[in-house]
Design a protein around this ligand. Sequence first.
Ligand code: HEM
Length: 402
Amino acid sequence: MTTDDDPFLAVRDGARHRALAELAARGPVHHLTLATGADAWVVTGYAEAKAVLTDPRVIREGASNSPYGEEMPAALYSALNSHMLTTDPPAHTRLRRLVSAAFTRRRVEGLAPRIERICADLLDGMAKTLEADGEADLIDAFAGPLPITVICELLGVPSESHAAVRGWAGPLLAGRFVGYEAYSRAAGEFVDFLHLLLADKRRQPVDDLLSALVEVRDGEDRLSEDELTSMVQLLLLAGHETTVNLIANGVKALLADPGQLALLRAEPDRLPAAVEELLRFDSPAQAPVPAITAEPIEVAGQRIPAGENIVIALLAVNRDPARFADPDVLDLTRDDGGHLAFGHGVHHCLGAPLARLEARIALGALLERFGDLALAVPADSLERLPSLIINRLVVLPVRRAG
Ligand code: HEM
């Protein structure tokens, strides 16, 4: 398999969906050698994915789901990786309960006015670029800065440090694609920064999520220092890049489909349903973190022995024709919801309400501000970043058609 037809790494826009559709046509589960060189069972069927994601025999602990586990100093590794995404119940249950007590619905919903303000400011900047240059990169101008600003403000990262956090997030997200040197430098600086910030919040708690996480307790139980730094890096990474892609992939899908775009402009109340369809149609995350089988399991009649890697191909699962009618068609009026873009089971996305809120406000504000937005390049010339986890456009050039 070349990179061009790799179901996770193909660069040309649409190529991953095409490669996965070919794979899925042969069955719901496949034994593949991934680009990393690791062998894995790749699940492409919707029903099978749901079954695997709720199977207690498919676990995270022991799977190689964090880069440079062998090379990194143990203390640094633990400061980054003691979070809920790579743990299983009961350890996972404890972490999720503690974090959920601080990351409340009230805290998320209270962010709406601030998200609206950030969107308005970013769109002002984008309007200026469009006027000066005739086009703008929607990711650089809007979809990129919005989620990092929101998550930093939610946590209580001071504004003068947002750029540094963005700088560290790049290598941490790129993982093995950036090399050990750059990864470990970013990790070390980021963890040092978090230790200082947490000490600050301890000295002087304020009304932000970091202070709440520092204070959160369940009886005698509380988050340890490593659990705090790990959780914050998870929130910053998981909560950032995926939302960038939801907005950018969503805008791209709408601009490439004038009929659906016109429908949404005519009926803006459809926005919440539109966000769900965009999550299904071009899912921001390609796969949950890898898991392994603790015991043999059977998926669609296929026996998978213990100790095998399992990868859920979310792009395929969300376009499984056995679950979604005409799955390759963007249809904002669809009523067969239930996509797995936020995962499923105990690890279902903790930040889904925030992601939905940001996407609704961002898409609504963008469409209202620019009644004539169009792609500045042919849709089929767009490219995706290589990443096993993220489904991200490199750039999304837009212009005003009027
Ligand atoms: C469109 C945006 C988003 C998408 C598509 C997305 C997707 C996902 C997926 C697929 C999972 C499951 C991963 C797995 O099973 O390995 C997950 C988990 C998680 N997400 Fe999100 N996410 C988004 C936004 C956010 C935001 C905004 C936050 C936080 C501010 C967040 C925080 C988390 C956390 C903490 C988990 C781990 C939950 C657990 O292990 O119990 N996500 N997300």
